[in-house]
Structures are given as C-alpha cells and as structure tokens.
Design a protein around this ligand. Structure first.
Ligand code: NAP
Length: 284
C-alpha cells in the first residue's frame, strides 16, 4: 500500500481497509470469505473493520479464523460496541467477547457504533479505562454528526477520539458541508463506510454513470476503484470496502495506486455536487 492515514497518536494505517458487515453469516460461504479477506491482507489492506453487531459476532469469528497464525502486530483490528452496551454495566464484557471471537488480546480501535441512551461521559470514561487496561489501543465513534462531535469535545477525555466512522461515497457527500471541515479542524480522521454505496438502486446508478465510466476507462480501472480513490483522495480518510470475493478484494486494493486528476474530480463534482447547505448524516 502506498496511501496511509496518520491517526492523532501518529500511528499510520492503510487508507484502504476491509469491511466485514454480512460476512461470516453463511457456512457455505465461509471459506470463500476467508480467502477474500486473506488476499486483501496480503495486498496490504491490513485494517479490518467489524462490530459485535455483525452477524451477532459471526463476522468477528470469521476474522478470528482468518487471522489465526498471522503476525498480530501487522494487523489493525477495529470493532464496535452497541450503544446499549457502551456503559459501565456491559462494555467490558462486550469488548472481551469481541476479542475472544477474534482470538486476540487487544483491539487497535474500538468504536461506539452510534449514539444511544448512555451518557457520552460514561462511554468515554469506560473507553479510557479499556485503554489503560491495555484492552484497546485507542477509541473512536461512528455515525456522529457535527453537533455530536461538539458534545463529545465538551466531555472529559472526549478529545481523545481517534476517528469518526460515517457513511461517505461519491453520491452521498453531505458530510463535506460541515462535519468534514469540523473533523479536519480538530484532526479527527474519517473512516468512510459504504464507500462502494453497498447495493440497490443508488449503486446501479453509480456504476452506470458515464462520468465514472469515462474516468475508469482512462485509468484502465474499475468503477469501484474510482469510488475508492475518490473517498480517500484527501489523505485523511480511511475507506473500508467489504467484499466476499477475492477478485473484488484485489480490485479494491488496486485503488491504492489510482490518483484522480483535478479535471476528473471537477467532472465528479458536476455530476455529484458537494452540498451547499447542511445535510444531516446519511445512515444505513
Ligand atoms: P460497501 O463496501 O459500500 O459495498 C459492499 C458491496 O460491494 C458488496 O455487495 C460487495 O459484493 C460489493 N463489492 C465489493 N468490492 C467490489 C468490487 N471491486 N466490484 C464490485 N462490487 C464490489 O458496503 P458496506 O459493507 O455496507 O460498507 C463497508 C463496511 O463499512 C462494512 O462492511 C462495515 O464494516 C462498515 N459499515 C459501518 C457502518 C456503521 O454504522 N459504522 C455501517 C455500514 C457499514 P461482493 O461481496 O460480491 O464483492
């Protein structure tokens, strides 16, 4: 990998990682999914994103099976705690269970999956305790809009947040209006989820876009690679595409070498304009 993002504590992580939502859920596909994740790791996508929510722990188990025997220090493992578990009563159990499913004794990054009823102060205090105990190296948040980040910054220890993971792709650029500028000003890197716009109509629209097709053809690249190169273009964004197929995973890793020109970015802006007013967070 040639593109890296520097976290607030100066740790460098690859700008392209791998998501795991919906993976590990069907026995018949486990081997294929394991192969896909392994190929991605070998290609340098050593950052793996998961959550206790995904398949009720089965995505974490798949990661455990995939990384067994690998050099743990070369991997960057991210998991997420359910909001209802993100307090003193459950977070320590949740974190331990995630680590056990992955067969590791620490997480590189632990995220609050989205905001729930537990006060931020309590979640942050627990995250800091997990850090002190060596269970996690750092923590962050997910699905936090600008007002949530501001509130987090007002909580003791809140400024130790390492990333905010939110939905971001060519056709969903709402965060560029105020959340992304806020995060840049406060040195909080973005983790872009659904960088390939997942599935459905929106996705079909993107893959049929003449603009994206022309750019892809000019670089002998795939549309997915153009979407990923767009997502990570600022050097402060980590994109976490998910694939269950080795050929797609390798295609995604190839986006590392694709640098879009100013003219291509301008063409993307014309077809998929950046927001000119506040847009509330897009969430899946
Ligand atoms: P995504 O990565 O945008 O899209 C995944 C889809 O793209 C899959 O259907 C996959 O199918 C396909 N795909 C992958 N690479 C491809 C390629 N090179 N060419 C063609 N198709 C390709 O969607 P996502 O899984 O929703 O988002 C990515 C990750 O972000 C998740 O897995 C999860 O880790 C994280 N996430 C976080 C949150 C949150 O609330 N924090 C929410 C959503 C997602 P194949 O399997 O057939 O390749």
């Amino acid at each position: 990998m040639e593109r890296f993002v520097t976290l607030p504590d100066r740790t460098k992580v690859p700008a392209l990682g791998q998501g795991t939502w919906f993976l590990g859920e069907h026995k018949a596909r486990l081997e294929q999914e394991k192969e896909a994740l392994t190929a991605g790791i070998q290609a340098g996508m050593t950052l793996l994103d998961t959550a206790e929510m995904y398949g009720s722990g089965r995505a974490e188990e798949l990661i455990g099976k995939t990384i067994a025997g690998m050099d743990r220090s070369q991997l960057f493992l991210v998991s997420k705690v359910y909001p209802h578990n993100a307090g003193r009563k459950n977070i320590f159990k949740s974190c331990m269970a995630s680590m056990e499913r992955m067969g590791v004794d620490y997480l590189d990054l632990y995220l609050l999956h989205w905001r729930g009823g537990i006060p931020l102060e309590e979640t942050v205090a627990c995250m800091e305790q997990l850090k002190k105990e060596g269970k996690i190296r750092r923590w962050g948040v997910s699905n936090f809009d600008t007002s949530d980040m501001e509130e987090l910054w007002s909580v003791p220890g809140g400024k130790n947040c390492a990333v905010n993971q939110v939905l971001y792709h060519v056709a969903s650029r709402g965060i560029e209006y105020d959340l992304l500028p806020w995060m840049r000003a406060h040195h909080v890197p973005l983790m872009a989820y659904c960088p390939l716009a997942q599935g459905g109509d929106l996705r079909r629209g993107l893959y049929q876009s003449k603009t994206l097709q022309t750019i892809a053809a000019a670089h002998q690249a795939s549309i997915s690679q153009v979407l990923l190169a767009f997502a990570v273009r600022d050097g402060q964004t980590i994109a976490i595409p998910r694939s269950s197929r080795k050929e797609h995973t390798l295609d995604n890793a190839g986006a590392d070498r694709l640098i879009l020109t100013e003219a291509e970015l301008a063409a993307i802006d014309r077809e998929f304009p950046a927001p000119t007013r506040k847009v509330y967070l897009d969430i899946v």
